[in-house]
Ligand binder design. Sequence first.
Ligand SMILES: [Zn+2]
Length: 257
Amino acid sequence: MEPIQVIPYPILAGAIFSFGLVVGSFANVCIYRLPKKESVVIPRSHCPSCHSTLRPLDNIPLISYLILGGKCRNCAIRISLIYPTIEAITALLMLAGLLRFGTSLEFFVYALVATSLVIITAIDIKHQIIPDVITIPGIAFGLIVGICTIGYNDSLLGLFLGSGLFYLLAVLSNGGMGGGDIKLIAAIGALLGWQKVLLVIFIGAFLGSIVGLFLIIIQKKSRKSTIPFGPFLAVGTLITLFYGNSLIRVYLEYFGR
Ligand SMILES: [Zn+2]
């Protein structure tokens, strides 16, 4: 029996959830600093308004936010709800990953991918960019894991099919699709292979058009404005990581004859 299996499940789940909160807290640092090209390691976390360094006790994910009532202890400025939301989402994603993948190597790959996608989503919504410091290592990571799991051919095919399609879209749409999206889908394609990268694109486009339509209806966006595509690719990737095999099987059963 593996040592980890002797840990009672509720304790394991609690530990993974707490781990998710800490990872989410680090994700917040990345979301805040990467677009400014600042180091994510130093200096220690500080208030974005008065720049006072956070005391360790005021830097506990989620809990400190609740205790401080969402305000900086030093200058009492309101701290954005985005921060605890990111922490909660990351923790819930880790918990979902544990339920789906158990304590396997797959879980750690998933945890890394899911965290990167949370960071990418937040940055893309806020700044309409997807940072190279995530996507370029992401392509290398996707290739290494892809070659080990789905094989050399499928991994490379996924990379080139995904990025090729997006490059074509970028040319045709005249700037509607950015270089960041192309690098992101290259990483996803290398990790998941050609079938699943198509599924990710399909889910992303489907969700993107629903949300786009909704934003036009509530008049938040005009027909001509663009919305960042990264978040939809992120959701599409997560859905594919969880249900990709089943979705592809259903598709092949109905349409693959
Ligand atoms: Zn402050």
